[in-house]
Design a protein around this ligand. Sequence first.
Ligand SMILES: [Zn+2]
Length: 572
Amino acid sequence: MTPTPVIPVAGAELPSPVVPRPAALLILARDGEEGLEVFMLQRTGKADFVPGANVFPGGGVDAADSEPGIAAFAGELNDATASAALGLPAGGLGYWVGAVRECFEEAGLLLAQRRDGDALDFAQPEVAARFAELRRALNAGRTTFAELCAAESLRLTLDRMVYFAHWITPVGMNRRYDTRFFVAPAPLGQLASHDEAETVDSVWIRPADALERHAQGSFSLVYATRETLQALSGFATVADLMAHARGVSGIAARMPRVGTGPKGRHVVGPRDACYAELGFIDPHGHGQALCQIVPGTAVRLAEGVWRLTAANPSYMTGPGTNTYLLGDAEGVTVIDPGPADPEHVRAILAHAPGPITQILVTHTHSDHSPAAALLKAQTGASVIGLPAPPGVQDQTFAPEYCPEDGDSIPTRAGTLQVLHTPGHASNHLCYLHPATRLLFSGDHIMQGSTVVINPPDGDMRTYLASLERLLAEDIGHIAPAHGFLMDDPQGVVRELIAHRLRREAVILRALQTDGPATTEALLPRVYAHISGPLKKVAARSLQAHLDKLEKDEKVSLQDGVWHATNAGTEGG
Ligand SMILES: [Zn+2]
């Protein structure tokens, strides 16, 4: 078999990413006959940045947007307040002013009034004509925004704008912006128009319609605009939108990344499963890292570390079982060789950069350890792990060395530290690789689905304790046996614990409010939304929770019926 080419990783010789330029944009909203509408411009196909895309008015924040003189036109808003709202030490006011200036330049809409409080009346032809000329002069650089404001005795109505979102252009793009999105009601009595230069068309459109037209292929949108329209589509009126926006604080920056999918390069966001992995293996944003897990295709995760996924996808195994290879031409360590699939074993042998000397397993479920015997027969490598409990799981697994918690296992790619993490399985081990700060987590943590705790070998109480202990380890990313690399390990672990405790609280509450029940009667009360094959899995999880609650003395079993105890009632 010809080895599949390994995905290359960005090297140190590559240029540093472009530093994003500060930018601001203004989403103007109005109440249309069929609901909230926003103003969008279509960029010229000749534009350097996102040609042909439909966008909100906006652009780069100029130095002049932050000059001290501009504060005179900013009304109540000062730089300290503006910066605080954006989470910046200083310079925040420039984003507000830049958004208004860009919106006037690009759309002809000016979020301003006279200093005496009068609205700008573009219904008067001479006023409209004068401002049209001022817009041309501003676009041509014949006047500055501050001069324009002074000449027309304007006060910018920045108090009508609310900070709404923060997007940063993906690493790897040759033009990048760090953009603050604002929302505001459209100024009354003004007519929006595109400039026929940078922008060639414009439209007031319902966010849902824009998304619909995009889906049909007739309305080009970039990722951040699409996500923003998705958020905007949840509001029926301008008042709803503004009330919501005023109530939000602590807006996090979002930075999409570029990866390669079945149809070529595309942008992915933080909600996509591959997002964290793209940041880890392609920090310079070259876009060649894969957005999907392809069985038989090796992915290079770091120097001397690869992932190769077995072709056993299912509702239990997600995209398939991940086998990890660590090492070099001198020797290779395999973690979780996978199911007894000769094709997968052949792929492991083909992708190993050198002779396989060690086979490690995380636990002895049938999708993780059975290939150890096949691989051992072909390589003579030493087999490391803990044996299966008597009579269940993979009885063919015959480790020559049973590591203990805290042991170090040397590999050609650096030492692995053994963490005994019972819970999913009593013999479960995780392997921490300090050189990369990757935790090979087996099934202790998997991506995209809840780990099954199947008693009696699975144990919820020890599972939660094994999660807790990970909080003390120095982990950068989790490398699960199912799914992509995951970042924010502390957050992931805390949420997994919280999820189980929430479920436990639901079970306790069901017993308290609806009275004692058998396991069978409890199942639909606790897992109402689950059907099909997952129902069996849910029944095992419920049993695991009840076992834990019994050990915690919060429930007791009497003649096959579960009762909440006083401790459960007080504690729950
Ligand atoms: Zn398992």
